[in-house]
Design a protein around this ligand. Structure first.
Ligand code: PLP
Length: 447
């Protein structure tokens, strides 16, 4: 039976593709022309045709140390056989404690407590619930309003889509959580086109928070949640000084600031977290993805001492937070995460991002001047190219470039007419050259 199971897993051609309802995918289009990945190593996937595909996206912003890291697979295999599972409620296992202690060596100084989840979406829900519960504990239970931002992505659960700002992710699912509001997004191509690093214009957009406070009153606002660099909404940079301003305003009004670092965490923008790169101490930070190098699903929410300590005040026999998941701090995920963290530390990958940033930036910006290209923006090892939509066919030009790149052996991420790049942090110059050259051909062909 074991042999037949293995042959099913490695068979490149499934007998039928009908049963699997694929997430965030045009199912019928995909199933009529599938793109199947069958293995991966280092910077490359291999597809079912035996073609090498340069991974320009670190999978989905998660495989930061590159694919097929043996230390991770060995740690996972060892852990499954030693302790496959341990209940996380009222029971513990050493790895979860060890992993949490190791992680806080990399967080901003005020974030010293970790709540484990299984995904970015769950991290967001957890953070929002902790924020609401915190204010209640402090005797400020009227602080219930949650503020997100236009074009932001905070996962797919109800809290996340309510504070999120991507219309397609919201409009078909009812009215969402009551009492949410949104800041304006910070993309301004007219003023900031072809910015390198953080754009110069738009810091004042943070003042919109003062307006929301004037409208709702601070006594009704629990938290503001933003991605330091917005990913899924189109790779949108924070203008210089914008995040600092949000921090000042939230602090002044007793509002918690949540950084959703699901994509920016674990070295993506240099330093372990975007918060550290820009010297900001959020009250809560949500993460997932690079936490285990994508090998095992896991998320982590980092919480400030002040918030954590507010929960640790009642009778010691009482559960402090009525929240958690069957797989919170799963031993196999912790083993994968510890092995990933060893690699990040030993190979200095968070700092490597900063060293590669100018090379990546120069490569992407060399495309400026190609027909139909209206913006290039980048920070750390995140880059985006925005194309002028074809008349009456929004997204089509982006799809053509994406398709060309895939056929030529390069995976980029395509959202409408924006192409996003977020390669593994182990990327070398020759990979950047391959990525840029393939994009160039694709953009020329799509014109
Ligand atoms: N938050 C941000 C900023 C993300 O980019 C994502 C996923 O891309 C999520 C939350 C949701 O993470 P997951 O897909 O693991 O639930």
């Amino acid at each position: 039976p074991l042999v037949s199971q293995i042959s099913t897993v490695t068979d490149h051609q499934p007998a039928s593709m009908a049963a699997f309802w694929m997430p965030f995918t045009a199912n019928r289009q995909f199933k009529s022309a599938p793109r199947m990945l069958t293995s991966a190593s280092g910077m490359y996937f291999e597809n079912d045709k035996g073609q090498q595909i340069l991974d320009g996206c670190a999978g989905l912003w998660c495989v930061n140390a590159g694919h097929g890291r043996e230390a991770i697979s060995e740690a996972v295999a060892r852990q499954v056989s030693q302790l496959d599972y341990a209940p996380p409620f009222q029971m513990g296992h050493p790895l979860a404690f060890e992993f949490a202690e190791r992680l806080i060596q990399h967080t901003p100084p005020n974030l010293n407590h970790v709540f484990f989840t299984n995904s970015g979406s769950e991290s967001v829900e957890t953070a929002l619930k902790i924020a609401l519960n915190y204010h209640r504990l402090k005797g400020q239970g009227t602080r219930q309003r949650l503020i997100g931002r236009e074009r932001s992505y905070h996962g797919v659960n109800f809290g996340g889509i309510s504070v999120g700002g991507i219309v397609n992710n919201r409009k078909t699912f009812g009215s969402g959580l009551p009492g949410t509001d949104h800041l304006p997004h910070t993309l301004n191509i007219d003023l900031n086109a072809f910015s390198r690093g953080l754009p110069e214009h738009g810091t004042e957009l943070a003042d919109a928070l003062e307006q929301l406070i004037a409208l709702h009153d601070a006594s009704n606002i629990a938290a503001v949640i933003v991605e330091p660099v917005a990913g899924s909404g189109g790779v949108i940079m924070p203008p210089v000084g914008y995040l600092q301003k949000l921090r000042e305003i939230t602090r002044k009004h007793g509002i918690l600031l949540i950084f959703d670092e699901v994509i920016t965490g674990f070295g993506r923008v240099g330093e372990a977290f975007a918060a550290s790169r820009w010297g900001i101490e959020p009250d809560i930070m949500t993460t997932a993805k690079g936490l285990t190098n994508g090998a095992i699903p896991m998320g982590a929410v980092f919480v400030s001492d002040a918030i954590h300590d507010a929960f640790m005040t009642g009778p010691e026999s009482m559960i402090e937070l009525f929240h958690g998941y069957t797989y919170s701090g799963h031993p196999v995920a912790c083993a994968a995460g510890l092995a990933a963290l060893d690699i990040y530390e030993q190979e200095g990958l968070f700092q490597r991002t900063l060293a590669m940033e100018p090379v990546f930036e120069a490569g992407l910006h060399s495309l400026k001047g190609l027909p139909g290209l209206i913006d290039i923006r980048n920070i750390g090892l995140i880059g985006a190219i925005e194309l002028q939509p074809l008349d009456g066919q929004p997204g089509e030009r982006g799809r053509r470039v994406f398709q060309h790149c895939y056929e030529q052996g390069v995976l980029v991420r395509w959202t409408g007419d924006i192409l996003a790049m977020s390669p593994p942090l182990i990327i070398e110059k020759e990979h950047i050259r391959q990525l840029v050259n393939t994009l160039k051909e694709g953009i020329q062909l799509a014109f």
